[in-house]
Design a binder for this molecule. Structure first.
Ligand SMILES: [Zn+2]
Length: 275
């Protein structure tokens, strides 16, 4: 197949999942229950107002998850390589990402982990959006991935990746934005808080070590990533490990370990949002 037209990029939509609306219906029932309670059992402990609609920890929070790359990118080099302005430089619209030595792709990994995160975070009450709808199309561009978080007015956004470094390198790291005299500047501080929360949770939840080859204690700061430079909401990247390292590659191909990663990332987001 030849490269797909650039218009394909525009087709890549969102998975939007609204999870709010649990509030007002329960209120009337709760008031009725309270009134009945007051009339008959004044000396008993108060009955919870809305037992059937218990508050969830992430009610009202909006989270955007960006699964890095896309499984169809390799089929569309022209569209993917188109240069876009990320304020500090011009970069390709997207890339294919890396893969393990036995060809488990980064795009498939990020898609799976992101969907696991989505389920966990929705179950905790958050409204969650992904920046792409499947793993066999093209894009969206890194500029669009940032715009999706901005448009959603996300309380937190995370771009999920895994690295492709030398085989002896291992461990994970989190990438946070720097001030660039651009739209990300006001959220650099909050992004750092988000990054530290996710770093701590990832370490605890996965047991993977801090990166042996990038950053300090798994924290890195960059001004060359469009997904960060163009974000006006708190945002980080996580590089879950090195797909070219045999031990980490094996872990990434285990669905149980991907669930651990997703849970650790979701917990990190929640810790940040509750702080
Ligand atoms: Zn990547």
């Amino acid at each position: 197949m030849r490269a797909l037209p650039a218009s394909v990029l525009a087709v890549c939509g969102l998975i939007a999942t609204a999870c709010s609306g649990a509030g007002s219906d329960g209120a009337a029932a709760g008031q009725a229950a309270q009134a009945a309670n007051a009339a008959t059992t004044s000396e008993q402990a108060p009955v919870p107002a809305k037992p059937e609609a218990a508050a969830k920890p992430l009610d009202g929070k909006v989270i955007v998850i960006d699964p890095g790359h896309n499984g169809g990118n390799y089929r569309a080099p022209k569209a993917v390589n188109r240069k876009v302005n990320v304020l500090t430089k011009w970069k390709p619209c997207d890339t294919t990402g890396t893969e393990t030595n036995n060809h488990y792709t980064e795009a498939a990994f990020t898609w799976d982990v992101s969907n696991r995160m989505l389920k966990i975070l929705k179950s905790r009450g958050a409204t969650v959006k992904l920046t792409r709808a499947d793993n066999d199309s093209v894009g969206p561009c890194i500029t669009q991935r940032a715009a999706i978080g901005n448009k959603a007015k996300a309380d937190a956004a995370i771009s999920v990746h895994a690295d492709g470094a030398g085989p002896a390198n291992h461990g994970f790291h989190v990438i946070m934005p720097k001030k660039i005299n651009g739209p990300v500047d006001p959220v650099v501080g909050k992004s750092r808080q988000l990054g530290v929360a996710v770093r701590d949770s990832f370490r605890k939840g996965t047991g993977l070590p801090y990166s042996t080859y990038i950053g300090s204690k798994a924290l890195d700061y960059r001004s060359d990533l469009g997904g960060l430079n163009l974000s006006s909401v708190p945002k980080i990247f996580v590089e879950c490990g090195n797909m070219r390292n045999a031990a980490e590659a094996a872990k990434f191909q285990d669905p149980k370990f991907r669930q651990r990663i997703a849970l650790a990332l979701a917990n990190g987001l929640q810790h940040y949002l509750e702080a």
